[in-house]
Ligand binder design. Structure first.
Ligand code: CRA
Length: 820
């Protein structure tokens, strides 16, 4: 009761005002009269942080006191975005803070824009981790997120003559009010060196890893505020530092410059996020990053286990669950084995049992180019002891379960081995992850089926009970309440407030689709967001667009499998039709793209350039007369997504069937009342199930049809020759019309024709165009469109990350909910 009373006092307008003023004066040393906007943003954030930290301490204390099991989410990426508004709304003090600031002459909405995005991730996988952190706190689950404190997040994208140029993202150049250093939990990490076998006095062998290089890991904690919950978990991010002792030695030898060079090298480990999405890169620094954060995190978990209780090691899994977010942290498996066997002197079989009970693994992709492997030679140099452990795990596996199941079958052993033998030996991190875990999950029903049938058929045969599906979700707090407060309020007015924490309640909104006055309000909110986005487009692209046009949105990483070029070919075709027929009656549309390409992904960059080149022509062609606009919003990220998503009418989810594991943008857009045009891929399949076929535009080849077509022998030229529309669009795009240079988009044209069109753009084109024609027609009946949009919002309650997280908690982690 007293704690509650204290909270109430702390959360009044007056107490917030005092707190903000104090931070301005004493933390920042600023005068209220002359403080900058940034000072106000920092002071406000610190005032909020004070309140939140109190809850974080309480949460930790209670979790420790009750000795509950915790989940440790290991992820190389967290795309957190901005934190101030999200934390204010989740903590239930947004209105109070707005009032407090306004009484001091400040506008909270302007201040929140001062915060740079925390963009420590590439795309879906990183944003999923951020949504999960939100749901873990909201659902009162004891959890810690572990990751890397990158000095530079995902690059900032700019266009120069329509081409992508990358700039460093110095998100914390001015510090961040949300992170707190925890120097007392610093860890030491060893790398490189050699392994010596030694014997004890009983003649028992053991391994010593020596002559290593040392790195320090400094943890930074970011509090994660749940919605309508007192649980505040933390995200702990490790920053690499040079080992002081090591430096001192060099200093003493007089080699000052050399010492500082070493220090700089050590610090590169957490310097920058690798900008590849769903593609592995195989670089030494990346392996070092992975091991660095895994070693720090496991040491932290072990420290807590040893400090909190005096339990036998067999109890470790009952206190700690560790989730591997893709294979990126999979080196945690041999690392825990090393700790248990080499340091804690456990028997191998007991250690292995603990490992499997502790870990679980989420697979996020079937793309072969994204399945991580490490060259054995590199692995051996960086982590010699871990390589030995992996070989031993592999030997026991192949000689044990595999031999028992398929005696003498060398082919099966080759398929299942942790080591790929062909073309230079490699460690298969996905195999290691499946084997070292008690659970492996896919991220949508279709993806999980393909995982079992195509990616890991033999593992599935051996261990069918270890595989399960956990369809992704998104947090409705950020992706509705924060980004679309108007719609959030309308929903709450209509069905009460419970839906933000229990998304199954959202279905109660369904009946309002038939209510004309509700539809009007729903539409007005959408239009308001379109007006606001139009302003952003004007400012960032210099193009004016009408909020009454259909806003057709494709926002995601740029990748051939996502088929932004399919969208583009359709745009080119519309453009051609308008010119050919000046009176063409089409629904005015604004095509909106947002996407970064991996800096080394040549074809993706060619597609970006092509979209920008088409945009430049279309937007300034008087013959088009505003019926078509093409907008490429630069530097796509979480914050701009929060502006685009509420303003979208149509959501493009057009990947080649079988390639998009789940997608999560598809969920956010449907939640905000955009209709999907999409293939039967990833979670689209489940969105179709939820919203019903009458409220979505589905087209294209199915997974089975794709397989069949490829088996038959796919020839894109057949489609080129058969469809005049397609042929003319491709040839026009590849002509000199758009840039003055007819070779500019040759790579794009070649990929679709002479290079075999690996993602079947040509095969799906006609069906896509036909589906788009239906969209065009449907949008003209606004009353009906609004109905469909409302059904989308009302029926996607399944895709809350709360549901996903509760499934993980129940089916994988066996985690209790703990009220703080
Ligand atoms: N690129 C998948 O491709 C999925 C997310 C989150 C991805 C998406 O379809 O929604 O993961 N895969 O599960 C990935 O990163 C390494 O694989 C993604 O974000």
């Amino acid at each position: 009761m007293e704690a509650l009373a204290n909270c109430a006092v702390l959360n009044t307008t007056d107490s917030l005002k005092l707190s903000i003023t104090n931070h301005l004066r004493f933390t920042l040393g600023a005068y209220i009269e002359t403080a900058s906007e940034n000072d106000w943003y920092v002071a406000t954030s610190l005032a909020v942080r004070d309140r939140v930290m109190e809850r974080a301490t309480q949460s930790r204390r209670q979790h420790r006191a009750q000795g509950v099991r915790r989940v440790h989410y290991l992820s190389l990426e967290y795309l957190m975005g901005r934190l101030l508004e999200n934390n204010l709304r989740n903590a239930g003090i947004y209105d109070t803070a707005k009032q407090a600031l306004s009484e001091m002459g400040k506008d909270l909405d302007a201040l929140v824009q001062k915060e740079p995005d925390m963009g420590l991730g590439n795309g879906g996988l990183g944003r999923l981790a951020a949504c999960f952190m939100d749901s873990l706190s909201t659902m009162d689950l004891p959890a810690i997120g572990y990751g890397i404190h990158y000095e530079f997040g995902l690059f900032r994208q700019e266009f120069v003559n329509g081409k992508q140029v990358e700039h460093p993202d110095a998100w914390m150049r001015d510090g961040s009010p949300w992170k707190i250093a925890r120097p007392s939990y610093r860890q030491t990490v060893h790398l490189y060196g050699q392994v010596i076998q030694k014997f004890d006095e009983f003649g028992q062998p053991h391994h010593e890893w020596m002559d290593t290089k040392c790195l320090l890991g400094l943890p930074w904690d970011i509090p994660i505020v749940g919605y309508d919950s007192n649980t505040v978990n933390v995200l702990r991010l490790w920053q690499a530092q040079a080992d002081e002792d090591f430096n001192f030695k060099v200093f003493n030898e007089g080699s000052y410059i050399e010492a500082l060079r070493e220090k700089a090298i050590a610090e590169t480990v957490s310097k920058v996020l690798y900008p590849n999405d769903a593609t592995e890169s195989g670089k030494e620094l990346r392996l070092v990053q992975q091991y660095f954060f895994v070693a720090c995190s496991l040491a932290d978990i072990v420290r807590r286990f040893k400090g909190g209780y005096t339990l036998p090691w067999s109890e470790f899994p009952s206190k700690a669950a560790v989730q591997l977010n893709d294979t990126h942290p999979a080196v945690a498996i041999p690392e825990l084995m090393r700790i248990l066997v080499d340091e804690e002197k456990l028997e191998w079989s007991q250690a292995w049992d603990i490992c499997q009970k502790t870990f679980s693994y989420t697979n996020h992709t079937l793309l072969p180019e994204a399945l991580e492997t490490w060259s054995v030679a590199l692995f051996e140099r960086v982590l010699p002891r871990h390589l030995q452990i992996i070989y031993e795990i592999n030997r026991r596996f192949l000689e044990g379960d595999v031999e028992a199941r398929w005696p003498g079958d060398g082919e099966k052993k080759r398929h299942l081995s942790l080591i790929e033998e062909s073309g230079g030996k490699k460690v298969r991190m996905a195999h290691l992850s499946v084997l070292g875990s008690h659970a492996t999950n896919g991220v949508a029903a279709l993806h999980t089926r393909l995982l079992c049938e195509r990616l890991f058929p033999e593992f599935f045969e051996l261990y069918p009970d270890r595989f399960l599906n956990l369809t992704n979700g998104v947090t409705f707090r950020r992706w509705l309440d924060v980004c679309n407060p108007e719609l959030s309020s309308l929903i709450t007015e209509s069905i009460g407030s419970g839906w933000l924490k229990d998304s199954s309640k959202l279905i109660q909104l369904d009946r309002f689709a038939d209510d004309a006055s509700f539809r009007e309000k729903f539409h007005a909110i959408k239009r308001g967001h379109k007006v606001r986005l139009a302003k952003i487009i004007q400012d960032s692209c210099g193009v004016s667009v009408s909020p009454d046009a259909l806003f057709d949105v494709q926002i995601k990483r740029l990748h051939e499998y996502k088929r932004q070029h399919l969208n583009l070919l359709h745009i080119v075709s519309l453009y051609r039709k308008i010119i050919a027929n000046p009176n063409l009656d089409i629904t005015p549309r604004v095509f909106i793209f947002g996407a970064k390409a991996a800096p080394g992904y040549y074809l993706a960059k060619n597609i970006i350039h092509a979209i920008n080149a088409v945009a430049a022509k279309v937007n300034h062609d008087p013959r088009v007369d505003g019926r078509l606009k093409v907008i490429y919003i630069p530097n796509y990220g979480v914050s701009i997504a929060e502006r685009i998503i509420p303003a979208a009418d149509l959501s493009e989810q057009i990947s080649t069937a079988g390639k998009e594991a789940s997608g999560t943008g598809n969920m956010k857009l449907a939640l905000n009342g955009a209709l999907t045009i999409g293939t039967l891929d990833g979670a689209n399949v489940e969105i179709l199930e939820e919203v019903g076929p009458e409220n979505i535009f589905i087209f294209g080849l199915t997974v089975e049809e794709v397989t069949e077509l490829n088996a038959r022998g796919y020839n894109p030229w057949d489609y080129y020759n058969a469809s005049e529309e397609l042929r003319l669009s491709i040839d026009w795009l590849a002509s000199d019309y758009f840039t003055g240079n007819q070779d500019e988009f040759k790579p794009l044209r070649d990929s679709l024709l002479s290079h075999g069109d690996p993602f079947l753009v040509m095969a799906d084109y006609d069906k896509y165009a036909a589906s788009q024609a239906e969209v065009d027609k449907a949008y003209r009946d606004q009353a009906h469109w609004q109905k469909m949009a409302i059904h989308n919002t009302a029926r996607v309650g399944k895709f809350s990350s709360d549901r996903t997280i509760l499934e993980y908690a129940k089916n994988v982690w066996k985690l209790p909910q703990v009220q703080v």
